[in-house]
Design a protein around this ligand. Structure first.
Ligand SMILES: Cc1cc2nc3c(=O)[nH]c(=O)nc-3n(C[C@H](O)[C@H](O)[C@H](O)COP(=O)(O)OP(=O)(O)OC[C@H]3O[C@@H](n4cnc5c(N)ncnc54)[C@H](O)[C@@H]3O)c2cc1C
Length: 457
């Protein structure tokens, strides 16, 4: 594997697939498409993955794919933590709604938590030999044919990281370089420039509140959390789950400007107060002073693209679909979408040529892209709805949303049939949309005579 910025005359100018972005989505796409025997160039403007807290909990749908690739085993060997429940709790710790993964089909009965950097590392290590990965390489724009089809990428010559995070204009005197491929994958995140270049519209909603995350080392040693717990409080969500090595991740919802300009000492005091308000978390007290130094603050948005393809181009990961982090869905759909794209392409790929490599052409790619769009768009639209509803249930602080949300948590928690459906949907095992009748029963407006009829599987 090559891993340095792409230079002017370095490597071929033609590949089967170009992928912009080496986050979870781009790495998963490179893995899945590389396994078809295709020559793949994977580009990222960052010189090295950033060691940040986003994306640590993998759902069974993604684990099915990672198991096939050996990535799940790698993460387990490196200390990945198994979780068997997602629980919504009151501040005192009482479970209001418990999504028990033990009721899912054999093999899908748990979640796996690990550091985001470890997940990226395990995906990178598993890349097949046909994948050329170049970090520190900024993709400037998409190349288009006369008919508007995306035919390649224009890459900044030099180091993408040195150009203000890669979104700056052309650097003086740099010679840009064109690389070509019948398939380009946009895995460049929620602000995807390739999506914009292809004029794919979508709906972005910014949540009014932010999230701050801290990592607690040796926290709550007396009683480390055993599951993924979302504590619903009057000041917003507090989310807790275990990480390898006895560490704990804690997310707290904040007002947009609540932490602005707060130095380390004031933040440590704020954290102490926020945790003290949740009696179930007071055991974390001694670990909070050190944890304050690990804070990361995120603004939160959701996004759904109107289309996941344009001629020659596929969107994977947050380039097409982003949801509130509390639902732990983003990596899941990024990984399953990457696998789906490769599965669709495999259907149209001819047998390998004399050199043992299959040859891709535009007609094949477009047939596969049509199939990818037809399979993914309805599925992700449904997953987006599930995630948005789940997020609203536990994060909405405006009084109407709060009343309906808490009611939905309580009524769903007391209804085994709905609990099973919601668990299945959150696990990413294929959509089982709630009907309008289900929704009325979920907020207790109608009784549910079938509440104890739990679907099999
Ligand atoms: C706080 C938080 C917690 C989360 N928790 C979970 C969780 O527990 N479980 C879960 O499943 N999901 C979670 N998510 C969501 C998950 O992290 C994301 O869905 C997933 O990581 C997105 O991956 P991606 O590859 O699509 O995008 P990104 O990770 O954003 O990767 C995009 C990549 O593209 C590169 N890039 C962008 N533009 C260019 C360019 N022009 N040229 C070259 N490179 C470029 C960037 O450098 C970046 O590396 C969480 C998200 C957040 C913010």
């Amino acid at each position: 594997m090559t891993d340095h910025p792409l230079q002017a005359h370095d490597g071929p100018d033609n590949y089967d697939v170009l992928i912009c972005g080496a986050g979870v989505a781009g790495l998963a796409a490179a893995r899945a498409l590389g396994e078809l025997g295709l020559q793949v160039l994977l580009l990222d403007k960052q010189r090295a993955p950033r060691d940040i807290a986003k994306g640590e909990v993998l759902q069974p749908g993604a684990l099915r794919v990672l198991r096939r690739w050996g990535t799940e085993a790698m993460l387990r060997e490196r200390g990945g933590v198994d979780l068997d429940r997602l629980v919504v709790r009151g501040p005192d710790g009482a479970a209001l709604m418990s999504l028990d993964y033990g009721q899912l089909p054999q093999g899908d009965r748990g979640l796996l938590a690990h550091d985001h950097a470890q997940i990226l590392g395990a995906l990178t290590e598993g890349l097949p030999p046909g994948v050329d990965i170049r970090r520190g390489t900024l993709v400037r724009e998409a190349l288009r044919g006369a008919d508007g089809r995306v035919t390649g990428l224009v890459i900044a010559h030099g180091d993408g990281d040195s150009q203000g995070g890669g979104d700056a204009g052309r650097s003086q005197g740099s010679a840009d370089r064109a690389v070509h491929a019948p398939l380009v994958v946009a895995a460049d995140g929620i602000s995807s420039r390739l999506r914009r270049a292809a004029n794919i519209a979508g709906r972005r909603v910014d949540y009014p509140r932010r999230l701050v995350s801290v990592e607690l080392a040796g926290a709550g040693a007396d009683s480390p959390p055993e599951d993924f717990s979302a504590y619903v409080t009057g000041r917003g969500l507090r989310l807790v789950y275990p990480l390898p090595g006895g560490r704990v991740r804690l997310y707290l919802q904040t007002e947009p400007d609540e932490l602005r300009g707060m130095g380390a000492d004031r933040f440590a005091a704020w954290l102490g107060r926020a945790v003290a308000e949740v009696p179930a978390l007071t055991g974390f007290g001694p670990a909070l002073a050190d944890a304050a130094g690990t804070r990361q603050i995120f603004s939160v948005s959701r996004y759904l693209a109107d289309r996941f393809t344009a001629p020659g181009l596929a969107l994977v990961g947050e380039a097409g679909y982003a949801v509130h982090p509390m639902a732990a869905q983003g990596m899941n759909t990024a990984i399953t979408s990457a696998a789906s794209l490769a599965d669709q392409l495999a259907r149209f790929l001819p047998a390998a040529g004399g050199d043992g490599r299959p040859r891709l052409d535009a007609a094949m790619v477009d047939a596969a892209l049509d199939a990818y769009q037809a399979e993914r768009r309805p599925l992700l639209a449904s997953a987006a709805k599930t995630s948005a509803n789940a997020a609203r249930m536990v994060t909405d602080l405006a009084w109407p949303g709060r009343i309906v949300g808490r009611r939905a948590v309580r009524c769903t928690g007391a209804n085994p049939r709905l609990l099973h459906t919601v668990t299945h949907n959150m696990a990413g095992l294929g959509p089982r949309p709630l009907t309008p009748l289900d929704r009325l029963q979920q907020i207790g407006l109608l009784p549910d005579p079938r509440a104890h009829r739990v679907p099999v599987g």
